[in-house]
Design a protein around this ligand. Structure first.
Ligand SMILES: Cc1cc2nc3c(=O)[nH]c(=O)nc-3n(C[C@H](O)[C@H](O)[C@H](O)COP(=O)(O)OP(=O)(O)OC[C@H]3O[C@@H](n4cnc5c(N)ncnc54)[C@H](O)[C@@H]3O)c2cc1C
Length: 311
């Protein structure tokens, strides 16, 4: 049986993919969205989203379901499958997945990113309940409290400083004896009276039943174990975009984020990348949705100029 054919295939069902799906389907393009896990991507993990314009406060999973329903109402098709490879076939694309193959005239990659985890007990269980990988998203929930930030790079210190707008006390826990963050960020962090530092130390467990209540620590230099009461743990030890299936096909930065122009176009015809998977993304729901919409508009223009109707 020949592979099913589409105008546009979208890889990933987070905010970027769902927005792309809405625009593409509403543009009357035969569109398929492929998602390997839970629709909603990172947002499906989030208890509350409070910075999506026009929606004062919403559960992340519910917001994703609303986006999906809206896109499906215009004819977006969805399929549960992981994309394993893309291949250029003449002027079309072959999309290989764990569930079969599809042919399409354009592909929008919105495969997002996974945050690096500490891999310690308590972490998975307490995600969204005090364990966070995004201070911009979650710091406001911890007004007047003591929180921990894990990591020593730019993201950890930048997000740690942001967290001091809400928390009374922010303890940065770093496994080395100095920060990797840029000099100006370091100066600001050391000058901030709400920030304090615990050096040469790793988190070995995140404590709490319903919500985070503390962390267990291990000092790598002295071998000492200790515990610290905190209401939240913000973890910034890097993230990795889900772009392995594109390696060798398109240009990426060192971290594996796809290089695109302002229309989300890669250097290959009919191939777009949007949201957290692309370079220089702002990594928010609203910006990812905006990226997805931009990519779908660009794809629509490409299809109109390069393919006859129903081709
Ligand atoms: C805990 C947490 C809380 C957050 N809170 C907020 C907040 O309050 N406000 C805010 O604006 N932002 C928040 N963010 C950030 C926001 O969720 C992300 O910026 C946004 O989800 C990125 O959207 P995306 O569509 O680009 O990627 P993602 O949300 O990462 O979605 C990508 C999707 O692609 C799928 N996928 C990956 N590879 C494949 C493949 N090969 N085949 C098929 N499917 C694939 C994944 O399973 C995933 O569902 C939060 C992030 C986290 C982790």
């Amino acid at each position: 049986m020949p592979p099913q054919a589409y105008d546009i295939v979208i890889v990933g069902g987070g905010p970027a993919g769902l927005a792309a799906g809405l625009y593409a389907a509403r543009g009357r393009r035969k569109t398929l969205l492929l998602e390997r896990g839970v629709t909603g991507g990172q947002i499906a993990l989030t208890e509350l989203v409070e910075n999506y314009p026009g929606v004062p406060s919403v559960n992340g999973f519910d917001l994703a379901q609303a986006m999906l329903k809206q896109a499906e109402s215009y004819g977006l098709e969805t399929q549960s499958a992981a994309v394993t490879a893309l291949e250029r076939k003449g002027k079309r694309w072959l999309v290989r997945t764990t569930e079969g193959e599809y042919v399409t005239n354009a592909v929008i990659v919105t495969a997002g990113a996974d945050y690096n985890r500490l891999g310690v007990p308590g972490e998975e269980r307490l995600i969204g309940r005090g364990v966070s990988y995004c201070a911009t998203c979650d710091a406001a929930f911890f007004k007047g409290q003591h929180v921990a930030v894990v990591g020593g790079g730019d993201a950890a210190i930048d997000e740690g400083l942001f967290t001091t707008r809400y928390a009374d006390r922010v303890t940065a826990i770093h496994r080395r004896d100095r920060l990797r963050a840029g000099a100006i960020l370091q100066e600001r962090a050391f000058a901030n009276p709400k920030m304090e530092f615990v050096w040469n130390t790793v988190v070995t467990e995140i404590l709490g039943d319903e919500t985070v209540t503390g962390v267990r620590l291990h000092n790598r230099q002295t071998g000492e174990d200790s515990a610290m009461d905190v209401a939240a743990v913000f973890i910034f030890i890097g993230q990795h975009p889900n772009t392995d299936f594109l390696r060798g096909l398109v240009s990426m930065d060192e971290g594996g984020h796809v290089l695109v122009n302002e229309w989300m176009e890669t250097e290959l015809p009919g191939l777009y990348a949007a949201g957290d998977a692309r370079q220089n993304a702002a990594r928010q729901v609203v910006t990812s949705a905006g990226d997805g919409a931009t990519a779908a508009i660009a794809a629509e223009r490409y299809l109109s100029s390069n393919f006859a109707a129903y081709e």
